[in-house]
Structure formats: C-alpha cells, structure tokens
Write a protein that binds this ligand. Structure first.
Ligand SMILES: Nc1ncnc2c1ncn2[C@@H]1O[C@H](COP(=O)(O)OP(=O)(O)OP(=O)(O)O)[C@@H](O)[C@H]1O
Ligand SMILES: [Mg+2]
Length: 303
C-alpha cells in the first residue's frame, strides 16, 4: 500500500481509457456502469461513487476498502477486479463485466427464463458455496455479510461470480467491541439477514455464521423461484416473524417433488437458517454434503 491507500499491485486506470459508459444499476452509495477499456478492447464494469456531488473521504475509503478486499480475494467464483480509477472528480473500481446479470434476474425473470434446469440450479448453489468457503478460509477469514441473489453475478456460461464486498469484514479474533458495527441497513433488504443481527450488540462471535444464514435463504430462492417473505408488507414484519422462528415454506407446493436430492437439500437449508448460529453448518461441512449430490454437465441444458 502506498500513500494513496491503493494497493501498489492494483493497476490505476486513467478515466479517459473508459469509454461508452452505459448505466447498469444504482445502489446504496454507488452507481454501476458498463464501459469499454479503449486499450484492452474489452468490456468492463465500473462501480463509481455518485457523480453529481464531490467525492467524500468516507465514501472514497469504503470503495477503496472494497477494491483492496477484491484484490486479495482472487478466486474462481469471486468477481475479478482489474483496477481502480482514482481522479479527483471520478473515483471507481473496475471489474470484469458479467453478461448474464445477477442470480436474482435469472430466478425471477420468468419470461426470459421460463425453465431453469435442476443441474444448473445445483451448480450455482455449489459454486456459491465454494466461493464463500474460499473467503472463510482466508487468513484472517473474510466474511461477506451481504450475500443475496442480487450480489451473485453470472458470467457468459452462467458460472457464479460473487460480488459486492461493500459490507464484508475480516474476522476479528479479539472480542473487542467492534467499532464498525452498524444497525441493520433499512435501505437494503432484511430477508437475508440472520436474526442475531437485528440486535448487533448481542453476539459478535456469531459473525462467522452470518453468511450461512444468507446462503440458506438463497438456497430456498433458487429451489422455489419465489421471493422470500413475499407476503410481508414491511421489513419489521419479516424481522418479527423470523425472530419468532418462522422461515420460508418448505412444503411440496413451494419445493416440488422433482428437486434432485430434495431431502438432503432441505436438511442443509433448514440447518443453515437455524436460530442458533452454532447449529448452522460451516461452509466446508456444507460442501461435503453438496458434493455427494451428482453434478451433471449443464451446458447442453441452458437455452
Ligand atoms: N461486473 C458486473 N457486471 C454486470 N453487472 C453488474 C456488475 N457489477 C454490478 N452489476 C449490477 O449492478 C448491481 C449492483 O452492484 P453492486 O451490488 O456491486 O453495487 P451496490 O452499490 O452495492 O448496489 P446495491 O446497494 O444495490 O447492493 C448488481 O446487482 C448487478 O445487477
Ligand atoms: Mg449489491
């Protein structure tokens, strides 16, 4: 790391090399565009801070932290970072562009994807598990803490790339009061958040099992193609219901009979969203179980 806070091995990309900006999405504090790199002749995605107001120091540090994390967490199923653009009026991180959007779109745009073959769905679950398992095996472990279907992106062959490390944190070994802990962000979604996070003061040790709860909700969404807690009218209602022990439905109407290894998957899912974080499996345990389910080639089954 040099004086600017940018890891020295991370390329700095000049703004004028980025052309043909096309808006993709506006999120919490950033905006994502598709762009061309004029020298590399390749499509990239850029996540920028707001373009209208001058870049604040705090936001800049958030995005820099995300760049640094992505740079360290290079792996198959993790989105690849190419560099950062660090100019006074333009600050962004540049990553690979993923042409098939997010898992959220794949699951819920039923006009575009009327059928989703089981082998593809299982492969996606398998790849997310491997990606998160890698993060949890870093030194110190990296906890994603914002796993949701909008943050699981899909490449041209529908392979998984985990994205959005804006809320990720390195696991702290000391049980010191975590200064970075924030109340649940009401702007975002509460459906992937484990109940212990509603009261962040409670148990910081449980942090390692946060991602597993989110994963279990994602698993339900992949198997059902429904929106979790869709009937709820506001986030408070969801939190209240989850605190009482309610979880998404696992009946035959929601999770049909033809799901391969249905019983194994439902067991994994329900242990993953257990109220007590200690009852949730680790990602390595999850992986060992998922591995026993056969994965056939899926390329022929994608339309
Ligand atoms: N590399 C990429 N290729 C294609 N689409 C992308 C890429 N990165 C982001 N997107 C799109 O932009 C959306 C938001 O990206 P991301 O989650 O990184 O930003 P964010 O500012 O944290 O947004 P949010 O607050 O909505 O989570 C993604 O859900 C996806 O639809
Ligand atoms: Mg996001």
């Amino acid at each position: 790391v040099n004086g600017t806070g940018i890891p020295t091995t991370l390329p700095v990309i000049p703004y004028q090399k980025l052309t043909d900006l096309q808006f993709l999405s506006k999120g919490g504090f950033g905006t994502v565009f598709k762009a061309q790199h004029s020298d590399w002749r390749t499509t990239v995605a850029i996540k920028c801070l707001k373009l209208d107001s001058p870049v604040g120091e705090r936001e800049r540090n958030c995005l820099l932290k995300e760049a640094e994390v992505l740079h360290k967490a290079r792996f198959n199923f993790i989105i690849q970072i190419f560099g950062v653009c660090n100019e006074p009026e333009f600050f962004c991180i540049i990553t690979e562009y993923l042409s098939n959007g997010s898992l959220d779109q794949l699951l819920h745009e039923k006009d575009m994807y009327p059928l989703l073959a089981w082998p593809l769905r299982l492969r996606i679950l398998y790849e997310i598990a491997l990606g998160v398992n890698f993060l949890h095996n870093m030194t110190p472990p990296l906890l994603h803490h914002d796993l949701k279907t909008q943050n699981i992106l899909l490449d041209a062959e529908f392979h998984v790339k985990i994205a959005d490390f804006g809320l990720s944190k390195w696991r702290q070994l000391s049980i010191s009061k975590s200064s970075g802990s924030k109340p649940p962000e009401m702007g975002g979604t509460v459906i992937y958040m484990p109940p212990e996070e509603y009261e962040p003061s409670k148990s910081k040790r449980a942090d390692v099992k946060h991602d597993m709860y989110s994963y279990a909700i994602i698993m339900w969404e992949v198997l059902s193609r429904k929106i979790p807690f869709e009937e709820a009218t506001n986030p408070m209602q969801i939190m209240f219901s989850v605190l009482k022990g309610n979880r998404p439905d696992i009946n035959l109407e929601t999770l049909p009979f033809d799901i391969p290894s249905r019983d194994i998957l439902i067991d994994l899912m329900t242990s993953g969203w257990a109220k007590n974080p200690d009852d949730r499996p680790s990602f390595i345990t999850l992986h060992l179980s998922l591995r026993t389910i056969t994965f056939q080639p899926v390329n022929s089954q994608i339309k």
